[in-house]
Design a protein around this ligand. Structure first.
Ligand code: SF4
Length: 179
C-alpha cells in the first residue's frame, strides 16, 4: 500500500520555489507523491507587483508541467488580519499573522481538494525565520499534516542562476517596502 502524502506546496514566488518544485517534480522528496503548487499571497502589494510574481510562478509551473492553483487576491482581508501590527519589523508579530493567514487558507484548500499535507517555501529567503514559519504553520494547519521540508538550497540557486526570473526587492506587503 502506498502511503505517500499528497502535498500542497505554498509558494510566494518563482525564485524561492524553483528548487522545491523541481525536487517534487523529480520525486526527490521522500514521503511525497502527488503535489500541487498553491499561490495564495494576498499580502503582496501593490496589485501590479502581485501580477508580476503570479505570472512568473505560472510560467515556471507550466514549464515543468506541474499542477498549480491560484487563491483569491483579498488584500483588504489580509490588511484586516494584520491591523495594529503595521509597524512591526520583518520577522516580528505581523509576519507570524501573515504566515498563519496563508496557512489557514492552505488548510482549507487541502481539505477541500483531498490533499493530506501542506508545506511551504516561506522560509527560503535569508530574510525569513524558518522556525517562525514552522510555528505559524503548526498553529494553522489543524488536521492537515504540516511538512517542514529541508529544500535543496544549492539546486534552488543553480536554477535561479540559469533562469531569468523576475526578482522582487522586498518581501511582499507595503510595510516591507519601507525597509
Ligand atoms: S514582511 Fe513579508 S511575511 Fe512579513 S507581513 Fe509583510 S509580506 Fe508577510
Amino acid at each position: 500500500m502506498c502511503d505517500k502524502k499528497r502535498l500542497v506546496l505554498m509558494s510566494c514566488c518563482a525564485p524561492c520555489s524553483a528548487g522545491a518544485i523541481r525536487q517534487l517534480a523529480d520525486g526527490a522528496i521522500p514521503g511525497v507523491g502527488d503535489f500541487i503548487v498553491l499561490f495564495y499571497n494576498p499580502n503582496i502589494y501593490p496589485d501590479f507587483e502581485y501580477q508580476k510574481r503570479l505570472a512568473e510562478q505560472i510560467k515556471y509551473c507550466e514549464k515543468l508541467g506541474v499542477k498549480y492553483a491560484v487563491g483569491d487576491y483579498n488584500h483588504d482581508a489580509w490588511r484586516e488580519c494584520v491591523r495594529g501590527l503595521e509597524n512591526e519589523p520583518e520577522r516580528g508579530a505581523r509576519c507570524s499573522k501573515c504566515f498563519a493567514f496563508r496557512f489557514a487558507y492552505a488548510r482549507e484548500f487541502a481539505a477541500q481538494h483531498g490533499y493530506d499535507a501542506v508545506g511551504s517555501v516561506f522560509g527560503v529567503s535569508r530574510f525569513k525565520d524558518q522556525n517562525q514559519v514552522d510555528a505559524a504553520a503548526r498553529g494553522a494547519c489543524g488536521e492537515i499534516i504540516y511538512m517542514p521540508i529541508a529544500w535543496d538550497e544549492s539546486l534552488r540557486q543553480k536554477i535561479n542562476h540559469e533562469s531569468e526570473f523576475y526578482r522582487q526587492k522586498y518581501c511582499g506587503c507595503e510595510f516591507s517596502m519601507r525597509k
